[in-house]
Design a binder for this molecule. Structure first.
Ligand SMILES: Cc1cc2nc3c(=O)[nH]c(=O)nc-3n(C[C@H](O)[C@H](O)[C@H](O)COP(=O)(O)O)c2cc1C
Length: 328
C-alpha cells in the first residue's frame, strides 16, 4: 500500500493520484479503461468527438472494460450573455454534457472555458467537476464557478498551453484556492508525482506520457517520435490552431517560423491548417509534416509500454524516491 494516497483519491474513489489528461483524438475508451483499471483516473478527451453519440459509445466502451471511475473532458466553448450573464454553450457542448449526465460519468472536466452552468446539474447527480487552468486567475474563476478541484497545467506541457511554467504555477495555484489541485505540464514519472505533492498538489495530470502507450489512439510513428524526442525537441507555436500550442518541432512547425503574421486567429487557423495537419500527424503518422502535440516531458519518455504499467511504474518510482528521502 502506497503512502502517497491523497484526499482526492478518497473523493473520487481511486487508488492512486495519477490522472491521465483528457486529450482530443488520443484519449479514447481503451486508454481510459486501462488507466482506471490500474488504479488511476482515465479521462476521455471529448474535444474532437464529433457528436454526442460518439461520446456515448466511448463511455460505454470504457464501462465494457472496467467498473472503475473515469472522467470526460469537454472543451466548454462559452459565450457570456450580455443580458443575464448566463453561460451559453454551443449545442454540441450541451449535448455532450447531457450524455455525461445521462451516463452518470463520475467526473466531468472542463478543458477550456467555464463549466459554471453544468455544475448544479453535476452536483445533483453526484458528478464531480474539475477545470484545467493555466494561470492563477483562471483557477480563482473556476473555484468561483463551483468546481470541486482545479487542474493547473503549466507551459512545459503538451497541447494548448499558457505562459506560466509548471514549477511556479502549481504552488501559486495551491496558495490561491481552497479546493484540491492537480499538477500537470512536463511531468512524466514518479519524481514528477512527488514534486507535484511537494508543491501542495494532490496528484499528477499527465498527457504526453500516456500518448506513448500501447492503448492510446495515435499512430505508432507519433508514439515512437515522443519516445525519441528530448527535452529540447518541442516548440510553442500558434500555427496549429491560432492559440499557443506546444508541438514536437518538425518540418510543419519550421515552415511557420517567421510567418506569424500569416497565422489566422483561433479557430480559423485550426480549420484551415491545424485539422488537416493533425490528421496527417496523429492518424496517418507523418511525423515531419503533421501536427504532433507533446510536452517537454517527451524527454523523460523512452518507450511505449502498456498504460497500466505506466501507472504502476509511477507509483513504484515515487515510493522508492520517498523511501530514500525519508531514510534515516
Ligand atoms: C495530444 C494532446 C491533446 C490535448 N487535448 C486536450 C483536450 O482536449 N482537453 C484538455 O483539457 N487538455 C488537452 N491537452 C492538454 C493536457 O490536458 C495536459 O494539460 C498536458 O498534456 C499536460 O502536459 P504533459 O503533456 O507534459 O503531460 C492535450 C495535450 C496533448 C498532448
Amino acid at each position: 500500500m502506497t503512502a502517497l494516497r491523497t484526499p482526492i483519491c478518497d473523493l473520487l474513489n481511486i487508488d492512486y493520484p495519477v490522472f491521465q489528461a483528457g486529450m482530443g483524438w488520443v484519449a479514447r475508451a481503451d486508454l481510459v479503461a486501462a488507466v482506471s483499471a490500474a488504479g488511476g483516473l482515465g479521462c476521455i478527451g471529448a474535444g474532437s468527438t464529433t457528436d454526442a453519440d460518439e461520446l456515448r459509445a466511448e463511455i460505454r466502451g470504457v464501462r465494457a472494460q472496467t467498473d472503475q471511475p473515469f472522467a470526460v473532458d469537454i472543451l466548454f466553448a462559452t459565450v457570456a450573455s450580455k443580458v443575464d450573464e448566463a453561460v451559453r454553450y454551443t449545442d454540441k457542448v450541451m449535448a455532450m454534457v447531457d450524455v455525461v449526465f445521462e451516463e452518470r460519468v463520475p467526473v466531468l472536466i472542463s478543458g477550456l472555458g467555464s463549466p459554471r452552468d453544468a455544475v448544479a446539474g453535476a452536483r445533483e447527480r453526484g458528478i464531480k467537476v474539475m477545470s484545467v487552468v493555466g494561470a492563477v486567475r483562471h483557477a480563482e474563476k473556476a473555484v468561483a464557478d463551483g468546481v470541486d478541484a482545479v487542474i493547473a497545467s503549466g507551459s512545459d506541457g503538451g497541447g494548448h498551453v499558457g505562459s506560466i511554467g509548471t514549477a511556479a504555477l502549481i504552488p501559486a495555484v495551491v496558495d490561491a484556492v481552497d479546493v484540491p489541485v492537480l499538477a500537470g505540464g512536463g511531468l512524466a514519472d514518479g519524481r514528477g508525482l512527488l514534486a507535484a505533492l511537494s508543491f501542495g498538489a494532490q496528484g499528477v495530470w499527465m498527457g504526453t506520457r500516456f500518448i506513448a502507450t500501447q492503448e492510446a489512439r495515435a499512430h505508432e510513428n507519433y508514439k515512437q517520435k515522443i519516445a525519441e524526442t528530448d527535452t529540447a525537441g518541442t516548440v510553442v507555436t500558434r500555427a496549429h490552431s491560432g492559440k499557443t500550442c506546444r508541438l514536437i518541432r518538425n518540418a510543419f512547425t519550421d515552415s511557420w517560423a517567421g510567418r506569424e503574421a500569416e497565422i489566422e486567429p483561433y479557430p480559423l487557423q485550426g480549420m484551415h491548417v491545424g485539422h488537416p495537419a493533425s490528421q496527417r500527424g496523429r492518424i496517418e503518422g507523418d511525423v515531419e509534416n503533421g501536427v504532433l502535440p507533446a510536452g517537454q516531458s517527451s524527454g523523460l519518455i523512452g518507450g511505449v509500454p502498456k498504460a497500466g504499467e505506466v501507472v504502476q511504474t509511477i507509483m513504484a518510482e515515487a515510493d522508492a524516491v520517498l523511501s530514500k528521502l525519508t531514510a534515516a
